[in-house]
Design a protein around this ligand. Structure first.
Ligand code: SF4
Length: 233
């Protein structure tokens, strides 16, 4: 199946700027920003988004916190170089470590993001790179998940793995009820940070949601609380 996947990728790959580098710093930054790209995958979709959503995503999704972890990781790298076990870096979990390992260091790791997990789940087996195939294999698997084995409308007729695939069609294409962004904790966290930055009152949301957001922000070192007083940390 690897050959079918790699041949398909050679013929269908998109030329994305972050694929043109093996600089581990650039790749680490692009992985940190991946959630942003997942939400707004094109310039047009970001241009259509309400400004409030964009700002909320930035603070609420944790980009402030991610920026701090990224800086801490770079402090470690500046002192000791890139570790063999990349999960030793602050803010780097198994997925980012696998992606960095493959794309920056040419390792044969598998970066299991949501799309790749979905491809493997539908296929009914997990593929892995053969020796030396790591970077191409991962790019191909991610691309297949993004372009062909899509969550809601997989294009099985265009899929190079179709002859081997175990997926029988049904359950996953059904739409899950969409959760409004305003109903998420991320949205509240974003509002809290924006209010504190502007010197405004905390957002008027249910006490329980506000408390959960504050606790999360304190835990992440973005906000300090002293009795009833709350300020950016
Ligand atoms: S045949 Fe369809 S379900 Fe199976 S991997 Fe390809 S796109 Fe996904």
């Amino acid at each position: 199946m690897n050959d079918a996947l790699l041949d398909w990728y050679a013929a269908n790959r998109r030329d994305l700027p972050w694929r043109r580098t093996t600089d581990p710093y650039a790749i680490l930054v692009s992985e940190v920003m991946q959630a942003w790209l997942d939400r707004w995958s094109t310039a047009a979709s970001l241009a259509r988004a309400p400004v409030a959503d964009v700002l909320s995503e930035w603070v609420g999704l944790g980009y402030n916190r991610r920026a701090l972890r990224l800086r801490e990781a770079c402090e470690v790298v500046a002192k000791h170089g890139w570790p063999d076990d990349l999960t030793e870096l602050p803010g780097v979990g198994p997925y980012t470590a696998a992606a960095l390992g493959a794309f920056a260091f040419g390792r044969d790791t598998v970066a299991l993001d949501t799309n790749v997990r979905r491809v493997f789940r539908r296929l009914g087996c997990e593929l892995s790179p053969r020796a030396g195939e790591g970077p191409l294999f991962n790019q191909a698997a991610i691309e297949l998940g993004a372009l062909v084995c899509r969550a809601r409308a997989p294009r099985c007729d265009a899929c190079p793995l179709e002859p081997e695939c175990a997926w029988d069609g049904d359950p996953e294409v059904q739409r899950r009820p969409a959760v409004r962004f305003e109903d998420t904790d991320r949205w509240v966290r974003g509002r809290v940070v924006a209010a504190l930055a502007a010197g405004d009152a905390l957002p008027a949301v249910e006490a329980e949601r506000l408390e959960r957001a504050l606790q999360g922000l304190v835990r992440d070192g973005l906000v300090q609380r002293d009795g009833k007083s709350v300020r950016l940390g």
